[in-house]
Design a protein around this ligand. Sequence first.
Ligand code: NAI
Length: 343
Amino acid sequence: MTHTIPATLIPGDGIGPEIVDATLAALDALQAPFDWDRQAAGLAGVVAGGDPLPAATLDSIRRTRLALKGPLETPSGGGYRSSNVRLREEFQLYANLRPALTIVPGGRYDKIDLVVVRENLEGLYIGHEHYIPIDGDPHAVAMATGVNTRQGSRRLLEFAFNNAVATGRKKVTIVHKANIMKALTGIFLETGLDLYEKKYKGRFELDTVIIDACAMKLVLNPWQFDMLVTTNLFGDILSDLVAGLVGGLGMAPGANIGVDAAIFEAVHGSAPDIAGKGIANPIALLLAAAMMLDHCRMHDKATRLRTAIDETLNIDKVRTGDLGGSANTAAFTKALVSRIANG
Ligand code: NAI
């Protein structure tokens, strides 16, 4: 009997179902033994049952502790709270791992191999926000509270440092703004420096940089970095920046790793501007699926998937529009599946 791995599948919104279909086709070709439990969230959850994070979806992840997720739409300003943030909180997915690796050579930046490790639960994303009405203007003043804890910073930094050691990273850079937000981001910096001194000294080089200088340095000379580890908001912004260094959001996968579960997804959102047109680049979610295979110790299948993506892009030259090609999602997927089948 074949051993199967129960996993939750959330197709998501916008281009989500299109890129999820492409990813399932690749995983089927690899004979990945996932036993999918398909569930709704985001706008799809609202449309289906009035809830952006239905109880059935939470129950499913509680059971499987493993999910592959398409992007979920979140209204800006008002409306419901981000289902992504709620999923991270519910399953204590404290570490967000976002690698950026050049697969298509000859772009503006070549040979990039960087990873951003972002704290996923604390900081300015905890949702403690409110307005103060003055003189009939309900939004006269906006306030937000950020919270970083010693324990939260420490477990994320420990995750990052352990990952750096396990994957042979030479240098880790702590990104902060402790010159201005002395307490909020100072605690993260202080905890990282202390942890390194006590447990990791000599196993890799540790550096620190202020977020604004980091953004400039990443654009001028990204090769000076290896792993960036930072707080929630800075990590969110920097991971899009590093995605831009390797060809855009279509190439950037992410893993949300926690105490109670692991959820794999693309860094990008639901791309409403191209949804339904069949032209989305599915590679970010495919690379997330490769991370999921690694997480489940199916390293051979993960490598076969990454190799097939590389060959489809660089030998067959089949690329979607965001990479300067003319293939649609279906044509790319067909070429990828035949690479996997013949690999
Ligand atoms: P977005 O990432 O959806 O799109 C930004 C730009 O990149 C658009 O021009 C889009 O067409 C393009 N793009 C993104 N993915 C692509 C792909 N795979 N292939 C080709 N082009 C691609 O960001 P946006 O428009 O700011 O957000 C749209 C919605 O997605 C919002 O509701 C937002 O809250 C949500 N979102 C969800 C995320 C998640 O579920 N993890 C992450 C980021 C945003």
